[in-house]
Write a protein that binds this ligand. Structure first.
Ligand SMILES: *Cc1c(COP(=O)(O)O)cnc(C)c1O
Length: 402
């Protein structure tokens, strides 16, 4: 596997550098270790829970910050039969890097180069009449059959067509399929409240989905892959598995339903570990204001540690004073403001820490380390956002796996 440039379609400066297994971290300010065997094992666990349903591993957003191409390989090694991304550009980047598995993409704008997508053997989502028309035109241009999944809105109120608009789309799709312009391989939808499995919309969306599939069949379509379940539904709602499940966050070992249980509860383990090095440690008197606007003041004489990560790296500025970290097994929260490139820890007067020592930002729940979920809880967001926003200045180092 060539991991030198995961997104040849994009400028390489916009993507993290990828370090091979065993690369030295000496001299690095920070890095993220990505355990590819955890990803393979998580996919295998999700596949086991999905029973007869296939697994489509969602690797959008640079695989939730874990690295598109290495994660694609690990997910396939774990038994995923399909991959999915949001943007067409992500799908093209995966193809350009040599990923040959089926890839579904569901975000592209009118006028996008769908002929290139069809030539790249991508599976295109059609969630509106204009998309179906542009896919058909592109297929005719290439002389190839476009593989599509119809996207239906069963109540999320986001992408996909409402039931009223589907009638016409189903008729058009059946006609285009009869002409071999398209192959309607799948039909799919997305839940609004999968992370609250008892929410009434879950059952309602599922019933609407079944009704829409029946409409499609009445129009003469026979989609082989009906899929509705994200990670939360894959883990909590077997009745929604249909022919394929579409988990994202869980393949990275993060719980989509932290109120129900953490990764270990679902047989998953975290794939990402984020470590920084203190780049300075210095004595500081009591009563010193720390970082911009002095949001923190040292209560007593102490030692300060400087962590070379900030919001340019995806550390949320809202984590000022609350973001959790660990040094020498001791837990801390950010002292004062998270800046663009740095933040400070109040290490305590007795800390043995020195410049160069490691700071754990994201580790493993099972080891009592701070986790992406802890950061999310601290700033009232979701673990997805914490890992996905980890920026390109943080190199990714790959451990074990495919
Ligand atoms: C992101 C996404 C998924 C994966 O969701 P998770 O909650 O991460 O499992 C599945 N389907 C669609 C349409 C998505 O946008």
């Amino acid at each position: 596997m060539d991991i030198s440039n995961p997104h040849p379609a994009l400028p390489s400066a916009a993507t993290p550098s990828l370090l091979p297994t065993g690369a030295s971290t000496v001299g690095l300010s920070a890095w993220a270790d990505i355990d590819l065997s955890a990803i393979s094992d998580n996919v295998a666990e999700l596949s086991r829970r999905a029973g007869d349903a296939e697994v489509m591993a969602v690797i959008k957003g640079d695989a939730y910050g874990h690295g598109l191409v290495p994660v694609a390989g690990a997910a396939l090694a774990g038994g995923a039969t399909h991959l999915a991304v949001a943007q067409l550009t992500e799908a093209l980047a995966a193809r350009a890097a040599g990923v040959t598995a089926p890839i579904l993409t569901w975000l592209f704008a009118p006028g996008a180069d769908l002929a290139a997508a069809i030539r790249a053997d991508l599976t295109l989502s059609a969630g509106a009449p204009w998309a179906l028309a542009e896919i058909a035109a592109a297929a005719r241009e290439t002389g190839m059959t476009a593989r599509i999944h119809l996207k239906v809105d069963t109540g999320l109120g986001r992408g996909g067509a409402w039931r009223e608009d589907l009638a016409g789309m189903f008729v058009d799709a059946a006609r285009l399929q009869a002409e071999d312009v398209i192959d309607v391989e799948g039909i799919f939808s997305h839940f609004a409240y999968a992370d609250s499995p008892d929410h009434p919309t879950v059952r309602a969306q599922q019933e609407t989905f079944v009704a829409m599939v029946a409409d499609a069949e009445r129009a003469g379509l026979r989609p082989r892959l009906r899929h509705l379940s994200n990670s939360a539904a894959t883990l909590t709602n077997p009745s929604a598995h249909f022919d394929m499940v579409r988990p994202g966050v869980a393949i990275y070992g993060l719980s989509p339903v932290p109120d129900i249980g953490g990764p270990a509860h679902f047989g998953l383990r975290e794939a990402m570990r984020v470590t920084a090095r203190l780049i300075a440690v210095k004595d500081c008197p009591a009563g010193q204001g720390i970082s911009y606007a002095h949001l923190y003041t040292t209560p007593e004489a102490t030692r300060l540690g400087l962590v070379p990560l900030g919001y340019a790296d995806g550390i949320p500025r809202h984590a000022s004073n609350v973001g959790p970290m660990q040094v020498h097994g001791r837990g801390y929260t950010v002292a004062g403001r998270v800046c663009m490139d740095q933040m400070v820890l109040d290490l305590g007067a007795d800390s043995p820490a020195q410049a160069g020592d490691e700071v754990v930002l994201i580790g493993r729940e099972a080891d009592g380390e701070p986790t992406a979920q802890d950061w999310a809880t601290a700033i009232d967001t979701i673990n997805y956002e914490i890992v996905t926003r980890l920026g390109p200045r943080v190199p990714r180092r790959y451990l074990e796996g495919s």
